[in-house]
Write a protein of this length. Sequence first.
Lengths: 461, 172
Amino acid sequence: MHAESEIREPLILGNKTYHQISEDIVRPIEGKATKQWYMLLTLATICFLWGIGCLAYTIGRGIGVWGSNNGVDWAWDITNFVWWIGIGHAGTLISAVLLLFRQKWRMAINRSAEAMTIFAVMCAAIFVTLHTGRPWLDYWLFPLPNQFGSLWVNFNSPLLWDVFAVSTYFSVSLVFWYTGLVPDFAMIRDRAVKPFAKKFYSLLSFGWGGSARHWSRFEEVSLVLAGLSTPLVFSVHSIVSMDFATSVVPGWHTTIFPPYFVAGAVFSGFAMVQTLLLIMRKVYHLENYITKKHIEYMNIVIIVTGSIVGVAYLTELFISWYSGVEYEQYAFLNRATGPYWWAYAAMMTCNVVSPQIFWIKKLRTNLAFTFFMSIIVNIGMWFERFVIIVPTLCRTFVPSTWNMYHPTFVDIGIFTGTIGMFFTFFLLFTRYFPVIAQAELKSIVKSSSQEHKEKAKQHAH
Amino acid sequence: MSNVTIHAIFDDEEPLMATARTFKSNGIRIKDVFSPFPIHGIDPVIGVPRTWIAICAFIYGLTGLSLGTLMMWYMMVHDWPTDIGGKPSFAYYMNVPAFIPISFECTVLCAAHGMAITYYLRCWLVPGAKAKNPDPRTTDDKFMMVIETKEDKKNNIESLLKNGGASEIHYK
């Protein structure tokens, strides 16, 4: 059994028995949905539907309805794609990397973080499929024999690497998430009274019974999937960054991009996890499981990754000066002082300066402040991608092509739509799926719960 | 003599483990254990061998790597070699750095999905499968030991179970 020092802070508060954990996790599913839930769902669905409308409009009229133009040919589409994909990375980091490092605090948050990953990657996928201009021909991205002679896709191109990386990432994350869900669905199935719920969860639980042989395989599968997902998550964002880094555009053509993008992804992902969990723990009364300590741990990850991002920004500036290449120097001067200086300033403030406030313990354990900061970081990381893409493209080699970028209502509508879709799916997830991996959590009751720790302390004296 | 199946319910995992150890030293075979979460260390006691699933994953990964390599060699080098940006694809080894990302993705794709499919089929966890636990409480907070034995050993086992702290004993 896993042994843990009694002076380490407990991960489960209150006197929880196995049965009480089941009760607490199942309550939002078996109980009636609150008025706030319906209100939030309505709001999210309206945004989602508006997004679908804008999406249909784009498909009908072509991407000319976006603000992208001849110089700035990538804009909000790729900004949003990278932003969403980055958010997804925290889920995999929590469930895979923290599993390999045997971090038990992951157990309270991995399920919802993985759900976040899946929904975020779905949002990201909308932008990449749409930005090709003719999404009905997107199957050309796959290596299929086609009617134009045996011309194949170009395996030298990072854009194709992206197709393989993102689809592998999505499908592997989905399998990892579902494999963990099966025992929890079985728990809900076994206590369901309503016939429809019984049938629904029977179908989802695949007949799981919890026999020792199955648990042994389950644990091995989880471990190996974590081992596979860890390099996968690093590869995905590295490849996304290579979409930029392998080009010859000044400001993009840098070797620092892969590690810098991965750190930024984890940074923004953890911020989104905070945003979601701080609301969820309150609404579903999960304060005993997602404790202040969990929030603090995540804030520490935010300081670390935020500082890596900060160092990367400064390194970029230094290298552009040190390189002596005037195009490279201009690209960065333009970012900081050009027409989009405000976006650069927002990025620097939100991503470099603000996470440093978390060095103060009082603030990183303050929930309201953490929530505020998580929103700031989300905004800052959106601006980071915007700064990389738009200011760079609006001032390229030929001054006659220089022009500004203005988003249209369609750009804003599709982005709002993906936020709506993300929250619609997440709200449905919290209502019908077990939001905490209860089977895993039960395995640490004897080592990490408050009750056990107090007993151990008394025993020691 | 007729066979009998004993379902013994425990309220906690430690008494179940202790009883399982006594059974092992007495040479009584435990058919299976059902628990709400994995009980670490029980596999050698009740004779569950170490699973081969990780080795399967490795083999699936190698298969994925080979298929990915074959695909890229066939499409880029053999079937239609193209000269992209002055970097011709005349031989696989010349272009191999550009092929690394997709080789890796193919490896992971096949390893993860191959292993997951093996796991679901091997445990027969499929949509519509009947619940495998004999008692629904074992996914919540109860632990069940299943023993198959002959009628004459029944009383001996029952007393061992009661001493071990079993809260309920059922015969099937």
